[in-house]
Ligand binder design. Structure first.
Ligand code: UD1
Ligand code: UDP
Length: 364
């Protein structure tokens, strides 16, 4: 059985690593039909520390096709991907196309496949922010609508799809990022070199990330976030592995960060896990980082107005603060003064990758 996987952005490499590992495990069991996985990298993320690092560190099979498409507007990027993916699909003739999450690479992969009548399996199906101004919301709604296998990470995701009239082909498989956290968590704990490199003491710093278009493309919101990080850095160090999108905007808008905000280049996944686990608190607008905070029992302040990962908020480990400085600081204070509640398992048992492979193999 031939499956073609489309990836392109940082979080997709981490998610795909969990499924590629499960595919390899499936094949080792000498099944009646082995799965051949062909990986296509659209090129959406391309800096070494946004792409190749993850392939090396997480032992992801090398992409057979690399499209080198990045930059430009949404239409240009997605359109170029569509054109090239169609050619690859015609050449490879896979039985299924596997897409992850909600990026432009997800949308292009799903759309190119469905137009050629190749069934699509969507990992992280059913997530909703209910904010149609987010490019991710548009991408995931379209991807879900045209997928035949909807592989949901949470019960909420299944409920969202049901509300939209989708029940067929919907499976609650758990979260592949939780698989990654289980698999790599202990390895990262052993590698504390990143804390030394950044001169950080465990439990005595805030970890921050920021890259959402809604924050970086709105000077008022980005200033609010910068002000909040600057204020926090007066209390304890703030480490900010900076996404290239945000670096560019901070520079072009001449928004300054105080020296207490230790800006560094994006770090590898194992380094990030290490930084997350040892942080006193996480402040982020990332989807993946919100969940990882929960996995590792670190309170999280989310600099967004809504989240797809509502369970973390309901569980009391994540506070939505938007992008206003005072609201972010208030949410941080509420955590530092409060008692943290229990952390029920919300994202499966660390075997989402295996469940996905089982579902795919059952389609043969
Ligand atoms: C994309 C996804 C977003 C996801 C994020 C993960 C879309 C619409 N957005 O946002 O959902 O949360 O990835 O990180 O697909 N850049 C570099 N080097 C890189 C990567 C990007 O310089 O390695 C620059 C690009 O040239 C561009 C900017 O960063 O100027 C934004 O990149 P893009 O892939 O369009 O969107 P992200 O913000 O990364
Ligand atoms: N991540 C990383 N290095 C970094 C920042 C993030 O390895 O410098 C990882 C993080 O641990 C998580 C994933 O990247 O697994 C999240 O990706 P990102 O925040 O870019 O996208 P999102 O999840 O918001 O789509």
């Amino acid at each position: 059985m031939k499956i073609l996987t489309v990836v392109g952005a940082r979080p997709q490499f981490i998610k795909a690593a969990a499924v590629s590992r499960a595919i390899a495990h499936h094949n080792e069991g000498r099944p009646r039909r082995a799965i051949e996985e062909v990986i296509v990298h659209t090129g959406q993320h391309f800096d070494h520390n946004m792409s190749q690092t993850f392939f090396d560190e997480l032992s992801i099979p090398a992409p057979k096709h690399h499209l080198s498409i990045h930059g430009g507007g949404h239409g240009q990027m997605t359109g170029r991907m569509l054109e090239q993916l169609e050619a690859v699909l015609l050449e490879e003739q896979p039985e299924w196309v596997l897409v992850y999450g909600d990026t432009n690479s997800t949308l292009a992969g799903a759309l190119a496949a469905v137009k050629l009548h190749i069934p699509v399996a969507h990992v992280e199906a059913g997530l909703r922010s209910f904010n149609m101004r987010m490019p991710e919301e548009v991408n995931r709604i379209v991807a879900d609508r045209i997928s035949s296998l909807l592989l949901c990470p949470t019960a909420q995701a299944v409920a969202n799809l049901r509300r939209e009239g989708m029940a067929e082909g919907v499976f609650h498989v758990g979260d592949v990022m939780y698989d990654a956290a289980m698999f790599y968590g202990d390895r990262a704990a052993a590698d504390a070199a990143v804390l030394n490199r950044l001169q950080l003491k465990a439990g005595e710093y805030v970890l921050a990330t920021c890259h959402r278009a809604e924050n970086t493309d709105d000077p008022l919101r980005l200033c609010g976030i910068a002000d909040a990080l600057n204020e926090l850095s007066k209390l304890m160090p703030v480490v900010l592995p900076l996404h290239p999108r945000t670096r560019k905007t901070l520079q072009s808008q001449q928004i300054a960060l105080l020296p207490g905000v230790r800006v560094c280049d994006p770090v590898s996944f194992l380094e990030m896990v290490c930084l997350e686990r040892a942080a006193r608190l996480i402040v982020t607008d990332s989807g993946g980082v919100q969940k990882e905070a929960y996995f590792y029992g670190v309170p999280c302040v989310t600099m967004r107005d809504e989240t797809e990962w509502v369970e973390t908020v309901h569980a009391g480990w994540n506070r939505l603060a938007g992008a206003r400085c005072d609201a972010i600081l208030e949410a941080v204070t509420a955590f530092t003064n409060g008692v943290l509640p229990p952390r029920p398992p919300l994202y499966g048992d660390g075997n989402a990758g295996a469940s996905i492979v089982t579902r795919l193999a059952a389609q043969a």
